[in-house]
Ligand binder design. Structure first.
Ligand code: NAD
Length: 398
């Protein structure tokens, strides 16, 4: 079989020869009891860089032994890209949301042999799910693999925005000691109202981590949490997003991007938020209208916006979020810590082992299967397509 693996580039300084730490903690189960990935074997040392081209998700030896053809590339955008050329006879495509190989309807039509699209991570919005359903292609992701990695990053970003940490850091780099400059936009999180859009694996983990900060917690969800959890965390449930954003100081977005969440945060919704609110979005860039966010930061309607997700990815050099004020943007990194990479590389291997041996892939990993939404796809997504405009990712190169 032919497997096409699309990964981000190696570091500009070359593939690492040594690492900052010698080991990473070994986890036994996820917080809800779900089992960690359990392939028969792995051919990498947890803690190594696996998500870049040379790391190849630790799959080279495994696929060579089974005599499959493996193509690894970072060249994914545009009709002349290696990905688009190799796609035509690929059986399996694997890519990470950090450097997504967009599988639009047009590309899926060219991929005559494609049977399986694996997301090495969580979030399969880079695949036209409607077209995958129509073509009987299985879409699977490694559910829970990096949800806690992201929840930790969200706490970091909320604190960084509310305290205005990044400008203070920059004053030190500029050799200054400008305390008044640093604190004129700096507040405490304590006592604020914080709301999560969704309380799935990430949203719930964020709510749990924020409780000790003495904040008032809110959430809105398609699937309401149990009364026990609501009580334990002191959560206020909102039937709709509008009612939640009106009372919150901080909003954290934790729902997938699907046909119903595209551009959810537009001018209209943002105008209903309290003046001076903060948004942290590590879910997907396209859940927000990029221009509306930039406008709200300039006008002061939003006091800050942070996140690591953009649309398209990589973000073009002229993307409005690269230049807007009071932001704490990074490239898409929160779910690809070295710790997370070890989990999703093992998860991809587990999915491939099942696929080659014609055994069922774990239900909790499935987004689309046998011509319909399946597994976590039924719980968290709606059918549809959110890849429109992804061809603009090629502009990053220009
Ligand atoms: P999950 O499937 O456990 O949770 C998603 C939750 O969203 C579900 O409980 C679902 O009911 C809810 N939901 C769906 N549509 C909704 C809507 N319209 N309103 C309210 N709730 C809605 O997934 P997760 O592990 O919590 O991850 C969530 C998302 O975060 C992923 O789909 C992905 O887009 C993003 N993510 C980003 C990174 C990163 O590196 N930045 C890493 C992992 C995941």
């Amino acid at each position: 079989m032919k497997i096409v693996l699309v990964l981000y580039d190696d570091p500009v300084t070359g593939y690492p020869k040594t690492y900052a730490r010698d080991t990473i903690p070994k986890l036994e189960v996820y917080p809800d009891g779900q089992k960690l990935p359990n392939p028969k074997r792995i051919d990498f040392k947890p803690g190594e860089l696996l998500g870049s081209v040379s790391g190849a998700l630790g799959l080279k030896k495994f696929l060579k032994e089974l005599e499959h053809t493996l193509i690894v590339t970072s060249d994914k955008d545009g009709p002349d890209s290696v990905f688009e050329k190799e796609l035509v006879d690929a059986d399996v495509v694997i890519s990470q949301p950090f450097w997504p190989a967009y599988l639009t309807k047009e590309r899926l039509a060219k991929a005559k042999n494609l049977k399986l699209a694996i997301t090495a991570g969580i979030g399969s919005d880079h695949v036209d799910l409607q077209a995958a359903i129509a073509k009987g292609i299985t879409v699977a992701e490694v559910t829970f693999c990096n949800s806690i990695s992201v929840a930790e990053y969200i706490v970091l970003m909320i604190l960084s925005l509310v305290k205005d940490y990044i400008p203070s850091y920059n004053w030190v780099v500029k050799k200054g000691w400008n305390i008044a400059d640093c604190v004129q936009r700096s507040y405490d999180l304590e006592g604020m109202d914080v709301g999560s859009v969704a309380a799935g694996h990430i949203g719930l983990a964020v709510l749990r981590r924020l409780k000790p900060f003495g904040v008032k917690l809110h959430y809105t969800e398609r699937h309401r949490l149990s009364e026990k959890v609501e009580k334990e965390l002191g959560l206020t449930y909102h039937e709709n997003l509008e009612s939640m954003v009106r009372v919150c100081d901080v909003i954290t977005i934790n729902c997938p991007l699907h046909a119903e969440t595209e551009h959810l945060f537009n001018d209209r919704l943002i105008s209903q938020m309290k003046r001076g609110s903060y948004i942290v979005n590590t879910a997907r860039g396209k859940i927000c209208d990029a221009e509306a966010i930039a406008r709200a930061l300039k006008s002061g309607q939003l006091a800050g916006y942070a996140g690591d997700v953009w649309f398209p990815q990589p973000a073009p050099k002229d993307h409005p979020w690269r230049e807007m004020p009071h932001d704490g943007m990074t490239p898409h990194v929160s779910g690809t810590s070295l710790s997370a990479q070890a989990r999703y590389a093992a998860g991809v291997r587990e999915i491939l082992e099942c696929f080659f041996e014609k055994k069922p892939i774990r239900t909790e990993y499935l987004i689309v299967d046998q011509g319909k939404l399946a597994g976590i796809g039924v719980h968290s997504y709606v059918a549809g397509d959110t890849t429109g405009g992804s061809e603009r990712a090629i502009q990053f190169k220009k």
